[in-house]
Design a protein. Structure first.
Length: 276
């Protein structure tokens, strides 16, 4: 998910609310803290962010590519677990050269045309979309907003104490420095955990929909080749590329029978751009 899309959600969340919190377990067994906002609020925020994205970012005029994205989205959405299989998954293809895509609560998906530079076929595109839907299924937006709410609540208290003595400018600086420290020490490691979890959930979902799970391996190889510089793992919100590839390859072997089982029940997607 892009930082911009995440900022849209955070901007929609009112941090002036009394922050509630609940503990739940993620699809991979990880403890999560959620509940700063309700599911209804999350869905409304997702719809608002999606509408804002469509209002501020040009949509692709390539109808064949939009239909291609829709074919992949539909194939995956029909095989999602409840309650997400009951959502109407709305999608948009944005004319943007960034290699990116995102999914939001409430069943909203954004794909940038730049993704086709690395997603060369339906299986690789399915890996992208399933990964992003994986963030929704695993309640990562809820988790991130809850963490952000508590983080800003704590920083607000510290900033107010300093600001009462040195003024608004010092208070603002404290918030900036505190935010940077908090992101490096607290938020980013969880973001990497979420990215790894979205890999697991997404690769399983694409296989259940009949896509080849090896498409995720090919996709991230393409992503690595397209990335001219490799960020340090500690500072990255994504897992180390080599570790990620190894894990994707290992899971792909176990998920191949899942894909084959999907094919026997009639789930064998044939998505491609028209006139290609």
């Amino acid at each position: 998910m892009t930082c911009k899309a995440h900022r849209w959600l955070l901007a929609a969340a009112s941090l002036g609310l009394l922050v509630a919190c609940a503990t739940t377990t993620s699809p991979t067994g990880r403890t999560q803290y959620v509940g700063a906002v309700s599911q209804l609020q999350l869905d409304q925020m997702g719809a608002q962010a999606f509408a804002e994205a469509k209002a501020t970012t040009p949509l692709s005029k390539e109808g064949r590519l939009t239909a291609y994205v829709g074919c992949v989205v539909t194939a995956i959405a029909t095989q999602l677990p409840a309650p997400w299989n009951g959502l109407h998954w709305d999608y948009a293809l944005f004319q943007n050269d960034e290699t990116n895509a995102w999914a939001l609560p409430g069943g909203k998906i954004g794909v940038y045309t730049g993704i086709f530079k690395v997603a060369k076929d339906q299986d690789q595109l399915a890996a992208v979309i399933a990964h992003e839907i994986g963030h929704v299924v695993a309640r990562h937006h809820d988790e991130r907003i809850t963490r952000q709410a508590y983080a800003q609540l704590g920083l607000g208290v510290a900033g107010a104490a300093v600001g009462s003595r040195y003024g608004e400018a010092v208070q603002q600086t404290t918030g900036q420095v505190g935010g940077a420290l908090l992101q490096g020490a607290f938020l980013l490691p969880n973001s990497r955990a979420q990215e790894s979890e979205a890999d697991v959930v997404g690769q399983e979902m694409m296989a259940k929909a009949g896509f080849n799970p090896n498409g995720a391996v090919a996709l991230w190889r393409n992503m690595g080749a397209a990335d001219g510089s490799r960020p340090l793992q500690w500072l990255s919100t994504h897992p180390d590329p080599e570790s990620r590839l190894r894990e994707l390859q290992q899971r792909a072997e176990g998920l191949t029978p899942v894909m084959q089982a999907a094919h026997t029940t009639g789930h064998q997607p044939r998505c491609q751009p028209q006139n290609q």
